[in-house]
Write a protein that binds this ligand. Structure first.
Ligand SMILES: *[C@@H]1O[C@H](CO)[C@@H](O)[C@H](O)[C@H]1NC(C)=O
Ligand SMILES: *[C@@H]1O[C@H](CO)[C@@H](O)[C@H](O)[C@H]1NC(C)=O
Ligand SMILES: *[C@@H]1O[C@H](CO)[C@@H](O)[C@H](O)[C@H]1NC(C)=O
Ligand SMILES: *[C@@H]1O[C@H](CO)[C@@H](O)[C@H](O)[C@H]1NC(C)=O
Length: 692
């Protein structure tokens, strides 16, 4: 990674060009002096949106990506602080105001790992644990961050996706065994390890069986519970702040107790095809890619597995560029992407970083043409997302109050391009803005069609996901701070995820040969921010929030015992829907007022505050039970996402059945329903903006 200021578009002008440019500037200067109003209405926001769209350049984005992916850039390592400098210098070269925030946090790196198979006849074989072509580079070996060190010699058992039902289906005790799990059952990596631990396994090996071509890849990842620096749970890990000690219970409970590590499908197949004893359940066999796997064990193959790692304090850096708002500088629109990668990280996350850099370039063109955003825009480049959203979480914790009162929206892009097809998630008041914006951006794969049209055609409707997942930097913004948020990407489930093969060449060969999908993501991301920063009235619509809540209520009602009363919830949603309707009517009136002036500006601002703050109503100070950091009662991570992917508190009370009587269970569900009811009421009051 180069550390010199790197403006890839700049070439040295010849003296002749300089002369011509000088003359043009003189002429322009003359006109500007004599006709001060000649430039296009400098506050005509749609002019700037068009200029933003027309300034796209796929080759520029591809060159950013090439530079970002020259070296593996894992958080806490030198090559990653080089990428921080690259991003910073790019912003500086565009004359943007910049700053960085550093945190000292607990990361985790591998020291040694080995795996061998031992057979009944006394023979054994060592299994290779590196990807072809990765040795000799400065790439960190495949591992699970925050896995404890350990050495175990035990029988292997295959437990499919490692879900509860898989442990029931396997039909043998796995106590004292090493379990082999394949990815794809909808469980997070740390949950896979946790469930193995609960079932008495002594170690876990996880592989990805989803693609025939990339069977040599090892999928890295962390296995820590929760998000953010484990030594500063709930507060920013800045210089001089409190740090828990490594043996504090709060810290220990976030790490698994048994060692784990990723395997390539190739290595896993070798182990699995040697197993005997219990036949493989039929429904597992039909979805396994490898042939010749007929048994799940335990054994007779013994595995000797050793993992040695270290947990280590490291400095991480978030890099920011700030474009100050001209009329409402204290209202902020945030665009964020993480920068750290497990390997070269072309898809994850450098495609998003390249998009962020290109947005900076294009915004600077707008600034040169006289654009003055109404609100402040902040471009954020996060560090250590791969270790549990650490960079963004520390920053959100540190800035909680300012974010809660001054952040209009957070727009996240992680893996900008993984393949074909547009995907988006959002908090529902932003749905209609997303629909509007995707109509303005060209589909990268078919001529004459908008992203909106092809997205609708591909899914039989414009499906917008919700942000209750904990898999990227929107999580702290939505689930801890209650900031309205969006997450966008092209393609999904790419086969080289977190492996050594996630490189520039893979991107250029498979995911985005012409970098036009990058152009589309960048266009949507940048336009969303322009609207949120420039519209005099925030483009929020709470009617879709009300519809979404109604939908959740109906789904819940179908799942619940008839003894439960959903009446309070139903009433609170009706009230919320009424408030949303009233706001919608007020907005229609406000939009008719074309004048400006102190009085109407104050009126708009008061309305905008209601629109901005309503999301905060869904937060609850006590948070989710057992996961207090997660404050949002509509969107957050349930313990079992298969049941319900909304109202996480209610979902948990429904699955937390074991060990309590039926009466206690129902009482707990009812209490969680009341909590959500009150949250919706708080949001309603905020939306109405009046004291009761
Ligand atoms: C703003 O610009 C757009 C096209 O760029 C034009 O259609 C519109 O009339 C302009 N509005 C004003 C108020 O100048
Ligand atoms: C495997 O990955 C390649 C791209 O690298 C893709 O073309 C192919 O469709 C994938 N196969 C499956 C079964 O997903
Ligand atoms: C298992 O592997 C470790 C580390 O390579 C080695 O020290 C140990 O002797 C091995 N144990 C057995 C039983 O093979
Ligand atoms: C940019 O797009 C054009 C048109 O699709 C294509 O010919 C060119 O190869 C692309 N450039 C890069 C670097 O992919």
């Amino acid at each position: 990674m180069t550390t010199k200021p790197n403006n890839l578009l700049t070439t040295k002008p010849s003296p002749l060009t300089t002369m011509v440019v000088f003359l043009i500037l003189c002429i322009l200067g003359f006109y500007a002096f004599h006709f001060p109003h000649t430039p296009p209405h400098s506050n005509n926001t749609s002019t700037f949106q068009n200029l933003f769209l027309s300034s796209s350049s796929n080759s520029t984005i591809s060159s950013y990506l090439r530079t970002l992916t020259m070296h593996p850039h894992l958080a806490g390592t030198k090559p990653n602080s080089d990428t921080a400098n690259f991003v910073l210098n790019h912003f500086i070269s565009l004359n943007l105001k910049t700053h960085t925030t550093s945190y000292n946090v607990l990361l985790s790196y591998p020291l040694h790992s080995s795996l061998s198979m031992h057979f009944n006849d006394g023979s054994s074989s060592n299994l290779g644990l590196t990807e072809p072509g990765s040795s000799g580079s400065d790439m960190v070996h495949a591992y699970h961050a925050y896995s404890p060190s350990g050495s175990v010699y035990a029988k292997a058992v295959f437990v499919n996706y490692g879900r509860d039902r898989d442990y029931r289906a396997v039909g043998v005790s796995i106590k004292g065994c090493i379990v082999i799990v394949r990815k794809g059952g909808g469980l997070g990596r740390n949950t896979v390890v946790e469930k193995a631990e609960e079932n008495g396994a002594v170690a876990v090996l996880v592989y990805n069986d989803e693609n025939d071509t990339w069977r040599n890849g090892f999928e890295r990842g962390h296995v820590m519970k929760g998000v953010g620096d484990p030594l500063s749970p709930g507060w920013g890990s800045v210089e001089g702040s409190e740090k828990l000690s490594l043996d504090d219970n709060e810290v220990l409970k976030r790490f698994p107790k048994i060692p784990s590590m990723p395997l390539s499908a190739h290595v896993a197949d070798a182990v699995l095809s040697s197993l005997g004893v219990t036949p493989l359940p039929l429904e597992w066999r039909t979805t396994l890619r490898a042939k010749g796997i007929n048994h799940v064990g335990p054994g007779p193959t013994m595995l000797n597995f050793t993992y040695l790692g270290e947990k280590k304090m490291a400095t991480i850096q978030n890099v920011f560029a700030v474009i100050k708002g001209s009329e409402e500088p204290d209202r902020h629109v945030l665009l964020g992407n993480h920068r750290d990668a497990w390997t070269y990280g072309a898809v994850d996350p450098s495609s998003g970083t390249a998009a962020l850099l290109d947005i900076a370039r294009r915004y600077s063109i707008l600034l040169h043409s006289g654009w003055k955003p109404r609100r402040t825009i902040v471009l954020c480049s996060w560090d250590a997302e791969e270790f549990g959203m650490i960079g963004s979480t520390e920053w959100v914790e540190q800035n909680l109050i300012n974010l809660g009162s001054k952040a209009v929206a957070y727009l996240n892009v992680d893996c900008a391009v993984q393949g074909p097809g547009f995907f988006v998630g959002s908090t529902p008041q932003l749905d209609s803005l997303i629909l509007e914006i995707t109509k303005k951006v060209k589909d990268p794969d078919s001529k004459g069609v908008s992203v909106y049209a092809s997205w609708a055609a591909a899914n039989g409707g414009n499906n917008i996901q919700r942000l209750g997942r904990v898999d990227s930097d929107f999580a702290p913004f939505v689930q801890h701070a209650g900031v309205p948020s969006i997450d966008i990407y092209y393609g999904k489930d790419f086969p080289v995820y977190h492996t050594a093969f996630d490189s520039y060449n893979w991107m250029a060969e498979y995911a985005d040969p012409f970098f036009q999908r990058h152009v589309a993501v960048t266009g949507i991301w940048g336009l969303l921010a322009l609207r949120l920063a420039d519209d005099s009235i925030l483009p929020f619509n709470y009617l879709s929030y009300a519809n979404e809540l109604r939908l959740y209520r109906d789904k819940l009602s179908n799942m619940l015992d008839h003894k439960m009363s959903l009446h309070p919830l139903t009433t609170s949603i009706q009230e919320f829907a009424c408030a949303a309707k009233e706001v919608d009517d007020e907005l229609k009136e406000l939009k008719l007022v074309e004048t400006s002036g102190q009085f109407v500006d104050m009126k708009r601002r008061a309305m905008n505050d209601r629109l901005m703050l309503a999301e905060k109503g869904f937060l609850d100070g006590d948070g989710l039970k057992g996961k207090q950091w997660f404050k949002h009662l509509v969107f957050g991570p349930p313990n079992d996402a298969e049941k319900l992917d909304f109202f996480p508190g209610i979902a948990d009370s429904m699955t937390r059945s074991t060990g309590t009587s039926e009466r206690e269970r129902l009482a707990e569900i009812q209490r969680e329903i009341w909590r959500v009811t009150r949250a919706i009421q708080r949001a309603t009051f905020a939306l109405r903006g009046e004291f009761t």
